[in-house]
Structure formats: C-alpha cells, structure tokens
Design a protein around this ligand. Sequence first.
Ligand SMILES: Cc1ncc(COP(=O)(O)O)c(C=O)c1O
Length: 455
Amino acid sequence: MSVSTAAADKSVCAPLPVLGRDVTVPLVTGGEVAYAALDYAASAPALQRVWDDVAAYAPYYGSVHRGAGYLSQLSTDLFENARRTVAGFLDCRDGDQVVFTRSTTDSLNLLAAALPADCRVFVFETEHHASLLPWKNAQVTYLDAPRTPAEAVATLERALADREPHGPALVCVTGASNVTGELWPVRELAAAAHAHGARIVLDAAQLAPHHPVSVRDLDVDWVAFSGHKLYAPFGSGVLAGRADWLREAEPYLAGGGASRKVSRREDGGVDVEWHESAARHEAGSPNVIGAYAIASACKALTDAGFDSLVARERYLIEKVRAGLAEVPEVRVLSLFGDDAPRVGVISFVVDGWNSSHFAAALSAEYGIGVRDGLFCAHPLVRTLLGSDPQTQGECGAPEAAPGEKSLNAIRVSFGAGTPDEHVERFLAAVRELVRDGARWNYRTEDGRCVPDTSA
Ligand SMILES: Cc1ncc(COP(=O)(O)O)c(C=O)c1O
C-alpha cells in the first residue's frame, strides 16, 4: 500500500487545533515526551475553538429558564440557540426535537424509557453496550454479527419480517463501530426498518465526530451522540429526532423545568402538566456550558469542512493500516473486511503479547495513549478474537498476566486534531516493541498491566 504525504496531497487539511498539544508526560525509562493522544474514540481532546468559546461565555454564565436577570436571559438564549445549531448540524426535519442529555448512553436510555407499550427492539450483538443494554423493559431481539453490510441488511429484514406485523418496533444501530471503525449501512437499514413499519435510532457516538450526519438523508428517526467524543468535553450529549414518542412518554426525570404547571388536588394529591417540548426530558438545571460547547464544536467542524476533515482522516487511516500491515505479528480486527469504509478507529492484537501489556508499554515507554480491553462491546470483540467468553475480564480489566495469550485487544483512534507525528510515533513504537520487546518490567495490578516501579 503506498501512502502519500499530507503535504503532497492538497485535499488534506492541517489538523484542527486542540487542547493538550503541548502536554508532556514522564517516561518510565526517564525523561519526558509530548503526549500522543490516540484514544479519540473514548474521549477526544477539546477543540481550541470550543475552549475559547466557552471561556468567552463563562463570565456571562447564568441560570437557564429561571432568572429575570440579563445573564439568565442571555444564557437561556444561548441554550435554545445551541438546540437550533445542533438541529442544523444534524440536518433535522421540521418538528424534530433536540434534547440535551449527559451522553450517548443517557440519550439511548432516555429513548428506551420513552418506548411505547409492547415495543419490540432489534439490535445487533455487535453494538456498544450503550446501544445493547438500555432496552430492559422491551422485548429485545439480538441479531447475530453480520460479516458484510449487505448481510446486516438481510439479517434485519428477516428478523423484522418474522415479528408480529402490528405494534411498535425500534431498530438501534451504530453508525461507525467503536471497535473496528467500520461504517454500517445506516441508510439501507433505515429503509428496511421503515419498510417493515419499524423505527430506527442511530448511535452516532463514533460517526458524528468524523462524518456529516443528516437525519433527513439517512432517514433515521433519532440520532444520539456525545459531546466528549465531538471535541466538546463538558458533560452534554444529544438525542434528536421524532417528537411523538418523546412527547407521549413520561418525563425521563421528574422535576422543575420539565413541568409547566403543578397544582394540589382536592384529594390532597398533585396534578402535573408536563411540557411537550424537549424540556419535558430535561428536568433540573440544564448544563448550559455543555450544550453551548457542543454547538460550538458543531460550528467548528462545519466551518472546517467535513470534506477536508474526511480526506485528512482517510490519509491517517491509510498510514496506520499500511504501517501495521508491515508488522506480521499484528492482526487488525475487522468485521466487514479490508475494503470497508471506516473512521479513524483501529483495533488489533499482537502475537505473543497481552494487549494490556502492549498498551501499558506504549504509554510508559513512549508517551502514547491508546486503549486496551473489550471496549464496552464484549460480544463483538469476542467474535472478532474468537475467544471464549467465560475467560474474559470486565471491560478494560483483562485477566491475563503480562506475557500470556491476549484475551482482549488494543485500540488506536484519532481524529481532526491528530498530527502526522503522533501516528508516525505510534507506528515506530509498535515496530520497536514487537522487534525488541518492552524495556521495562510490568506487573498486573487490579487486572491491568502497570510498570513495576518497585525495584
Ligand atoms: C458506538 C458508541 N456508542 C455509545 C457510546 C457511549 O458513549 P458515552 O460513554 O459518551 O455515553 C460509545 C462510547 O464509547 C460508543 O463508542
């Protein structure tokens, strides 16, 4: 595979400025090195512009939907404008609602709590636990891992065709896998869902930071994402989409802000009129800074232009995949195969290495932050590794000791703020570790490998 240089390829933009570019970290072998943040899929660094916007607003911070004062009014406007910005970013339909939540997990739990009675839910076993688990009160059909996008659509079609024809149904699907980075055929899955009278929610936690998401064009009913993966780590997330199920549901949280009118009844009880707008599910004091930060990130990514962001990321993906392909001991995990379109999320295992040991050495000896484990997608990683589910540790807590066979994987992930140098350093470190081994001793502590500094 030949890889062009970013400088030679005019369509590849420079990385966007993010916080933490100048942070140095200590190495266990001595000295300090600039930190290479290659765990964007867990949490991406804040965009400098988001940080600047939040800092500029901070002195004007005030309560939302509450005070009569100037700053309260200003903050309320900012919060409601953030909703409109997000609706624009997602290309929502007229009448769609944008609810600010804490995260993707929170958004999907909110939707799960808003399902109509007797709703059936269809979800692939390959999903992140945030998409796999919230449907506790519904009858859930877990679909087997497909090996091609076409098989995913066919599997869903079959499952939907088998269900009782009437009654509500929801399909929940990821846009981009947090393990393989591979894109799922969302538009086709949405068409299949709708053809069978079901609705669909898109888990865009890994898609929205890397690709434009159009609710209208993909024809999904809802979309969920997290601010902290979209360069806006201030504790907010989004659930956007159809208003009807949300309007008809009990409020997600009961309390002020969600209620329009509360009165005592003759019999001593309380009557409540709940809002029908997004506020219905936003009880309590809203996280105005979180919402504002998300809106700022949406604007920053739009202004930077997804075409050039996607081109730059594709260039980095090729570079990393080509570099890893040169190391015979490395096996990259994939569901849909080498040619599948993907975002900058790549998981792999290294022959003869415990993944936790490898990731610990990347951090301690090279100052490179990746993730190891099962990535909160246990069934998918087990399918990809072909390992026995009984022997796995908890998410991020592998059971194998240093040097034992890998039961989990290593994930490198990057995005709009990643400079070439970080992925080059990562590839050089992988080559060196595989060739020469770790230079330090490691021990297992609480199920993780850590440098042994006791000597
Ligand atoms: C695909 C996917 N969905 C959902 C989530 C959950 O996101 P959060 O932890 O922000 O709720 C993640 C987090 O890694 C994810 O990768």
